[in-house]
Design a protein. Structure first.
Lengths: 118, 114
């Protein structure tokens, strides 16, 4: 295991539902990330947090709302999703010693949440 | 602009034979290169990375990768494949500028046959 956990592992929701994905890292890292993985497409970076502050929003629709209450926890709140949002959502963390996302730091990934939007 | 390419969707190799998974990249300045592996229903696991120094990088599970600046490549290799190496492999690159992001390739599925 990588030290990054995600719950739930599987989620099926309707377009009008509201749900949340949770990520927790036990590595003492300061930076956390949300990625979207769709079939036949490269991983898409969604959000980056450093020391609980959002440092990057990669043009993600507002129906995805991240929350980072502390350096160990990251949430992704979902509402009024579309079927094309069905994908594997991956959380990752890395050590950030300087308050910036260091380009050489290794990111460690959780197992992902498989989301299906009906 | 940064980019990374994995030209093969799938690589098939017999157990015990050497394997190569190809990766080429394009960045401005020096690249920082990573390989990750993804097993079914799992997240990505870090294998190895090149930052600077020796062009041959050794990583987990007997994998290694060679950085070739002139060919802008970072191919993943293993001298003797195992059936358990069957998985999805991702190459990723980040440039040296502060605004550069970590960019992933589309992945290569490695199938090792007994």
């Amino acid at each position: 295991e990588t030290g990054v956990t995600q719950t739930p592992r599987h989620l099926v929701m309707g377009m009008t539902n509201k749900k949340s994905l949770k990520c927790e890292q036990h590595l003492g890292h300061n930076a956390m990330y949300w990625y979207k993985q769709s079939a036949k497409k490269p991983l898409e970076l969604m959000f980056v947090y450093n020391f609980k502050e959002q440092t990057e929003n990669n043009s993600v629709p507002s129906r995805f709302s991240p929350e980072c209450p502390n350096s160990s926890h990251l949430f992704l709140h979902l509402h009024t999703l579309q079927p094309e949002d069905s994908a594997l959502y991956l959380c990752a963390s890395s050590q950030d010693r300087s308050g910036r996302w260091l380009r050489t730091d290794t990111q460690y990934f959780g197992p992902g949440t498989r989301l299906t939007v009906l | 602009a940064q980019s990374v390419a994995q030209p093969e969707d799938q690589v098939n190799v017999a157990e015990g034979n050497p394997l190569t998974v190809k990766c080429t990249y394009s960045v401005s300045g020096n690249p920082y290169l990573f390989w990750y592996v993804q097993y079914p229903n799992r997240g990505l696991q870090f294998l190895l990375k090149y930052i600077t120094g020796d062009n041959l990088v050794k990583g987990s599970y007997g994998f290694e990768a060679e950085f070739n600046k002139s060919q802008t490549s970072f191919h993943l290799k293993k001298p003797s494949a195992l059936v358990s190496d069957s998985a999805l492999y991702f190459c990723a690159v980040r440039g040296a500028r502060d605004t550069d992001k970590l960019i992933f390739g589309t992945g290569t599925r490695l199938q090792v046959f007994p």
